[in-house]
Design a protein around this ligand. Structure first.
Ligand code: SF4
Length: 262
């Protein structure tokens, strides 16, 4: 039985062909984009920061930037893809430094009662084990001022989402199903996104009815994926960042004289 993840479901919704390449054919990704790499190293740095905070040791800003720089140097590979040619690797590295500096200055001393970091959760969507989902919460906190649990997520994208997009975002709302099962039923849960490029926090809360509707929609989506036999391509601007672009029929030229794809 397949255990789904939010990114697995989202990949299918964005492009069924990409879903097939990644999850059915299990083809290796051609290259990671610099945006994904920046996101990964920034997440690892914030994970380290809060792990230290939980040990009652607040790193200095210098120590945080050193950690980030070392991880970047250790994991960077020349094959990493830069789509926006007006930017260099150094520009992306510096963006990460700026994200962390701004976050650190705004949130120090990080005393919002973090409970867990990179918390793995598993959700049994209809209770019979047929539709399971797993994921990792960047950070779970319990706000003692208003007795609310907080699911925190870090975003390194440049663009801010609209309010409508935030209210319809599925990932953290799905994770809240798992957290709801771990805490008392009547406790409040806040979904919190940190848009690091803007140094702002966006908060959303969902009603029980909204969560129930999301649960049903997710079950239906999994059923649809499992009954799909033709995985169509869906060409969008996101194709420029697709790790399977060179394999995709949308981008391979057909040699008419030979009738083959290049
Ligand atoms: S390049 Fe675009 S259309 Fe092709 S698989 Fe990737 S996302 Fe889909």
């Amino acid at each position: 039985m397949t255990i789904y993840s939010h990114s697995r479901l989202r990949t299918f919704e964005h492009c069924p062909l990409k879903f097939k390449f990644r999850y059915i054919d299990k083809l290796p990704a051609e290259a990671m984009s610099i945006e994904s790499f920046l996101g990964k190293i920034t997440h690892e740095s914030l994970e380290w920061l809060y792990t230290e905070v939980k040990k009652n040791n607040i790193p200095t800003i210098g120590e945080l930037i050193n950690y980030y720089s070392e991880k970047w140097a250790e994991k960077y590979e020349p094959e990493i893809l830069i789509v926006r040619k007006e930017f260099t690797t150094k520009d992306y590295f510096n963006k990460g430094v700026e994200f962390l500096l701004n976050y650190y200055m705004k949130h120090k001393p990080f005393d919002d009662n973090t409970l867990e970091i990179e918390k793995r959760i598993e959700i049994d969507l209809n209770g019979d084990g047929k539709f399971k989902l797993q994921g990792f919460i960047d950070r779970l906190a319990h706000n003692l001022k208003n007795n609310e649990y907080e699911i925190h997520d870090y975003k390194t994208a440049n663009n801010l989402p609209t309010r409508e997009k935030i209210e319809n975002d599925k990932q953290l709302a799905l994770y809240s199903i798992a957290i709801r099962e771990l805490i008392e039923e009547n406790k409040k849960i806040a979904l919190i996104w940190h848009y690091l490029a803007h140094n702002i926090k966006i908060v959303s809360r969902r009603t029980s009815q909204q969560i129930e509707q999301l649960r049903q929609e997710t079950i239906e989506l999994i059923k649809k994926i499992e009954s799909t036999t033709e995985f169509a391509s869906r060409k969008t601007v996101l194709c420029n960042w697709c790790e399977y672009k060179s394999r995709c029929s949308e981008f391979r030229k057909k040699d008419k004289s030979l009738g083959i794809w290049s």
